[in-house]
Write a new protein. Structure first.
Length: 440
């Protein structure tokens, strides 16, 4: 495609790694190359987190129950996954991005928006910049990606999908690798697409629009938003009509922090054992606290969520004036929140999330330890453990996350961490909820 850089203003790239988790596993074990590789838990409730293109030929995709995936492809090689390794490779990918532009907005471990408007005069057209990024990722990291380029985030995201390989019948058809949508081509590119392709149009909204006879982006583009307001709400109506007409002025936001950091586990078997739940709660608190410190943040709100075997879901939250980033302090709050919750129906999912995030190192309210038994106790504990926490973090950075831990997290085969041992792997098992590594 001819690229005339003056017709992309601003110039936005969306870089999306190909089958990221599966590709990293194949990179680390070349014997897997050319085989149907599926990353995820192989238990009864396991979920596919990533699939190689050889596995996708059988209709396997992310978020599919593993049991269904293995029925479709009995020869699939199921790999449990290694989040620390994926995060390490993700950081290497982002180092390549940073050589091009400082304006990077991560969407997931494997995906990010880049605003390269300021790099055009120095590095060439958006097409040339995209090809150079893709070349470096391939040569330096031995991985592939698809890159979309456009003057808006919406179209760049869609263009990245057009850049990637496709499954046609039982064949993998290579994509162009880079796909540029010039300003003059935006409407021609968007309008044939189904409305589900637009940001903000989920399955529920798509069904509502379908009942109104709106199936394509072109159908939506010609409507007055007021006609849709009572069906989808005023905000969504105006947003999706604007997007259908190629209007999207959302900037690429560098340095965006997570609104929350959390960890939840779906158990392969319902749990009725409070001791077992307490052990898992400790592991989750450790994962969340570690992710908080790595991101340089502390949380003022802790939330515990459980889902029972009948899919009934319950959440309890507590907001504190002081921020938390210590696993013992977060565990103590979470333990109170879980409390005497009725688990007689069996717990199929449990998780901790930390929100109301602020940068670490802000002013602290001193506590005199006079409020024994109150919510101040975790804060006192946190302050007392400061030097120990910093020392443990240094050890884990040098020798890995499994190098050291508390005795109550010891299992028969050493330190356990969230995601190990009898857990159905899913997208939200990341220490930070950053999303899946591929489109569904």
């Amino acid at each position: 495609m001819v690229d005339r850089s003056g017709e992309l203003s601003p110039a936005i790239l969306l870089v999306d790694m190909d089958s990221f988790f599966a590709s990293v596993e194949i990179l680390d074990d070349p014997s897997l190359r050319g085989k149907p590789v599926v990353v995820g838990g192989d238990g009864q409730r396991g979920v596919v987190a990533s699939a190689s293109y050889e596995a996708r030929r059988y209709g396997i995709h992310s978020a599919m129950p593993m049991a269904i995936a293995l029925r479709r492809c009995p020869d699939a090689i199921c790999v449990p996954g290694n989040m620390a390794r994926y995060a390490e490779v993700s950081r290497q990918v982002h180092e390549i991005f940073a050589d091009v532009t400082p304006i990077i907005e991560p969407l997931a471990l494997d995906e990010a928006f880049l605003d390269v408007t300021g790099a055009v005069k120095l590095l060439g057209t958006p097409l040339e910049i995209a090809h150079s990024i893709r070349y470096r990722i391939n040569q330096e990291l031995h991985l592939d990606c698809g890159i979309g380029a456009a003057s808006s985030k919406q179209v760049a995201k869609l263009a990245s999908r057009s850049a990637k390989p496709k499954i046609v019948g039982d064949r993998v058809v290579p994509g162009p690798g880079v796909y540029v949508v010039l300003d003059e081509d935006v409407l021609r590119y968007l309008h044939p697409m189904p409305v589900r392709a637009l940001f903000g149009v989920g399955p529920t909204t798509a069904n509502k629009l379908s009942r109104l006879g709106i199936e394509t982006v072109a159908d939506l583009a010609g409507l007055d938003p007021s006609m849709l307001e009572r069906h989808v709400g005023s905000a969504v109506a105006h947003l999706i009509v604007d997007l259908a007409n190629g209007r999207d002025d959302r900037p690429v936001e560098a340095g965006v922090k997570n609104r929350s950091i959390g960890h939840e586990e779906t158990f392969s078997q319902d749990s009725f054992d409070r001791t077992q739940l307490d052990h898992r709660l400790r592991r989750q608190a450790q994962a969340v606290s570690s992710a908080l410190r790595e991101s340089g943040q502390e949380a003022h709100t802790v939330t515990v969520k459980i889902k029972l075997s009948n899919f009934e879901q319950h959440t309890r939250s507590l907001t504190l004036e002081e921020g938390l980033d210590d696993h013992q302090a977060i565990y103590e709050v979470a333990s109170v929140l879980l409390g005497d919750h009725d688990i007689s129906a069996g717990v199929r999912l449990m998780g901790i999330s930390a929100s109301s995030l602020r940068p670490r190192g802000g002013p602290k309210q001193l506590h005199l330890g006079l409020d024994a038994g109150s919510t101040a106790d975790p804060l006192v504990t946190q302050e007392a453990r400061f030097e120990l926490r910093e020392a443990l973090d240094d050890i884990r950075k040098r020798f890995g996350k499994q190098a050291v831990g508390t005795a109550n997290l010891l299992g028969e085969d050493g330190l356990t961490s969230p995601g190990q041992r009898d857990v159905a792997f899913g997208a939200k098992e990341l220490p930070q909820i950053l999303g899946n590594d591929e489109e569904i």
